[in-house]
Each structure stands twice: as C-alpha cells, then as structure tokens.
Design a protein around this ligand. Structure first.
Ligand code: SF4
Ligand code: SF4
Ligand code: SF4
Length: 451
C-alpha cells in the first residue's frame, strides 16, 4: 500500500474529485440534501482540521458547540444555510486538508456539497437580486463599460458619501473597493508587436495561443491581456484573442446558478473548441477562469467530449511559459531586475496543483527576490463586497496584508486581480498600486506599452 503526503494531510491514495451529479433528481431534493449536510457536518465537527481555512468551519463548529446535544442533527436549516453562505468555493478544504475525500469510504467533498446547497437555494428563488446582479459580470460590464457611463460610475464608486448613501439598497459595503470600469475594450487595446511570428511547437505546447480575455480583462483591466500578448509574442508565441466569448461561469458557481453556467458553456465551448481544432492552445490571465475550464466544467460535464478537449488545451499562462522554458524557448535576456517582490498565490491557482509556476518564472529575472505568500486574501468573488461579509473578508486577508507590508518589497503582486485589489485596500490609502505578474515580466523585459 502506498502512502502519499500532501500539504497538511496523509492519505493512503491520491484524492479523486468525482463529478457533480446535478442531473440526478436527488441532487435538488431538500430532504436528501439535509441528510447529507447533517452527515458531513457531523464528520467535520469530529475532525475540525479546517477550522482556520475560512469562516464556514468556525461558524459550523461554534453553532454545534452552542447547542445542547453537541451534535449536527440538532442544527436547524437556517443554521446550516449560515454555514453554506460562508463558503466561497475555493476548494482548499478538499484539495489540501481533508483525509476523507474519495476514495475514502466517507466520500466527503465539502465544496461540492456547499455548491449543491447553493444550487438548491438558487432554484428555490432564495438568492437575493444583489447577488444575481453582482455575478452577472458580462451584462454589468457591457453596460458600465460604455464610455461616459464608465467614467461616471467610476467617479461615483470612489465617492464615500455616494457609497454610504447607496449601501442600504445596493447591499454593497460602502468601504469595499470596487474596480474601475474601462472605457476601452481589450480588443481595442491589443497590439501585436510581432504579427508574423512562425509557430514553434514543443512536445506539450503547440506554440500558438488563443486568449480567453475574461470579463475582468474585457471590462475592467484590459492591461492584463495586453501584457500577456506582449510577453508571449516577445517569447515567439503568437496570440489571438477569442471572439464572442462570455463569462466562464465561475461567479455563477458561487451562487449555485447552474442554469447560467450551462448557458455560458453552450456559448464558450464551441468557440474554444474551434480554436483548439485550428491548432491553438488556450490561456487566460485569471486563475479562476482557468480553473473553471480546466477543473470545474469537466466535473460538471464529464461526458461532454468538447468540454474535456477544452480542459486539456487550457493552460495557466505561467505554466505555459515554464513548459516553453523547459525546451529552451523562454527568453531570459532581461533588461532590468525587479528587486524584491511580494508574491501572493491565489487559492484558485493553488488548487490547480501546478506548483509555483509564476514564482519560478519571476525568479529567472536576475536580481529578483521573491517573498511567496500562500494564504487567502479574503476577496473570494463577491464575498469582499457584500455588506454582510466585507468586514470578515478583510479580517481573513489581514495576515496577507501584514506579510506584504513587512516584506518592504519594490513590487507586490498576485495572479488574481481581485486579490490584488483586496491587498491594495488592506495596505491602506497610501499604498502603491499592485502589479500583475505579467506586467512585472513585461517590465523586466523592458517592453514598453506603445500607448
Ligand atoms: S471550499 Fe473554501 S470557502 Fe468553502 S468551506 Fe472549503 S475552504 Fe471554506
Ligand atoms: S472538510 Fe474534511 S478535513 Fe475539513 S473539517 Fe471536514 S472532515 Fe475535517
Ligand atoms: S472568473 Fe473570469 S470569466 Fe468568470 S467572471 Fe471572473 S473574470 Fe470573468
């Protein structure tokens, strides 16, 4: 028998993630769900390993400890729902802590159970309009990204009095920093410095890449996509922008809206599959989107061959660069050093089990010293902006803010732009702005933005 040691746990066999059986009629059956919640909560209460991962576990343990029987079967449905509401589906409990995941006979998948409970709530119409709106990233981004509208909304979002005035009806915490909408689209911003690049394939990369722009890249920070293209093309990898994409669906996962995820899948997968058939690998500059295509959709649609094709072709951008580096195709003729860099590793990257690919690439820049921080920043999708959870999200992020401040770094960065914003807010009003790792790499190469 073989033992494997994973971060924080000893397991007899490698954990296996099983598909989410959401087409099984029992999936949406309230009584069956409650029974499974009780069984799982009882096991967790006896284990308590995850007490420090997020607020879901302390909420669970404190509630059970406070009731007279000290057992999960005494929990009311409202108490169970409070635990579910604290889970933002980062997957860390499954991936890094739990010894009872399949193939263990307990067959525990805590995040998938939380997702099921969220899906039941969504189907019963119990998810507030605020959450449905906040997760409609494309619809909101398309409207608020219109020039003039974008400038006006950005100005209002920066106004403390406006934010306090609207907190009550919007449900968005007045102090939560909201990202600014970009009046210029990613497509309009893109430059292809080397349009006629020859394609050089390796054993595991096809050498040309189609970029899934992401809602964040299309509506909020097109600069991330621009930096990716600059860095990839500098390394001889031609990049084309996917046309007609919609949100990957990750925010809808957070509220259990499986119908919207299905609608997005129907739009995205044929487009991405066509790119793969045309010889492209796929990438996106946001770990959550990569995770959605690589891991979450394949677990939702295990029998959809096109979903599996897309998953196989999707790469984290730094993983892609590491693979190119392994065959000598990554340029190391840097123009300048980066000095000291505080690098935060986002949860949605950690659970992809790639290792520290971003750290490995940035460490190739001479004179660069990295302080790696592997902790939750507390942003977690909409958790950081909701009125009821913003304070908790800042509390979760505090150890990260402290580590970044103590690093006294020349730059601080995270692969996740939402985590960057959260750290920026946590560092206080006078903190310098964060920079995406792709922007740092571009800086190290001395590749200037033509704009
Ligand atoms: S998935 Fe993440 S947020 Fe949810 S319970 Fe597990 S560790 Fe907590
Ligand atoms: S999810 Fe697993 S490791 Fe975490 S508290 Fe529950 S049983 Fe323990
Ligand atoms: S996870 Fe990616 S595609 Fe999905 S909403 Fe966020 S940025 Fe957009």
């Amino acid at each position: 028998m073989e033992f494997t040691l994973q971060a924080g746990r000893v397991a007899l066999e490698a954990p296996e993630r099983r598909p989410l059986a959401f087409r099984d009629p029992a999936f949406f059956d309230d009584a069956a769900l409650e029974k499974e919640l009780t069984r799982t909560f009882e096991i967790c209460h006896g284990c308590r390993r995850c007490f420090s991962l997020c607020e879901a576990f302390p909420t669970l343990f404190d509630t059970i400890d406070a009731n007279a029987t000290g057992a999960a079967d005494a929990l009311t449905r409202t108490e169970m729902d409070r635990v579910v509401a604290e889970c933002y589906l980062c997957d860390l409990c499954f991936m890094t802590k739990c010894p009872y995941v399949p193939p263990h006979p307990f067959n525990l998948d805590f995040p998938h159970l939380m997702l099921r409970a969220k899906a039941v709530r969504f189907r019963k119409g119990e998810v507030p309009r605020r959450d449905r709106l906040l997760t409609a990233t494309d619809a909101v981004g398309r409207f608020l990204g219109i020039p003039i509208v974008a400038q006006t909304v950005n100005r209002l979002n920066r106004s403390p009095s406006f934010r306090r005035m609207t907190e009550g009806w919007s449900g968005i915490h007045a102090e939560a920093r909201l990202p600014a909408f970009s009046p210029t689209s990613l497509k309009a911003r893109l430059r292809h410095p080397r349009p006629d690049l020859p394609v050089v394939a390796t054993t595991d990369t096809r050498g040309k890449v189609a970029l899934f722009g992401t809602c964040y890249g299309r509506h909020l920070k097109p600069a991330i996509g621009v930096d990716l293209v600059a860095v990839f093309e500098h390394n001889g990898i031609p990049v084309t922008l996917i046309e007609g994409e919609v949100c990957c669906g990750m925010p809808k996962l957070e509220i259990g809206d499986l119908d919207s995820i299905d609608a997005f899948r129907r739009k995205n997968i044929p487009i991405l599959c066509a790119a793969v058939e045309a010889g492209f690998d796929l990438t996106a500059a946001i770990p959550s989107c990569v995770l959605m295509f690589k891991k979450e959709l394949p677990l939702l649609y295990p029998d959809d061959a096109d979903v599996q094709t897309v998953a196989r072709a999707f790469f984290d951008p730094f993983d892609y660069l590491v693979r190119r580096h392994q065959t000598g195709l990554f340029r190391t003729d840097f123009a300048r050093s980066l000095g000291r860099v505080a690098y935060h590793v986002p949860c949605h990257l950690r659970v992809q089990n790639l290792g520290l690919r971003t750290r490995d690439i940035l460490a190739l820049v001479p004179g660069t010293e990295l302080e790696v921080i592997e902790r939750c920043s507390g942003h977690d999708g909409t958790y950081a902006v909701r009125r009821e959870s913003h304070d908790q999200s800042m509390k979760i992020g505090r150890p990260v803010f402290r580590r970044v401040a103590e690093a006294q770094a020349d730059h601080y960065t995270s692969d996740c732009p939402m985590a960057q914003d959260q750290i920026h807010q946590g560092l206080g009003p006078n903190a310098p702005a964060p920079e995406h790792p792709l922007a740092l790499l571009r800086l190290a190469y001395g590749l200037l933005d033509p704009d």
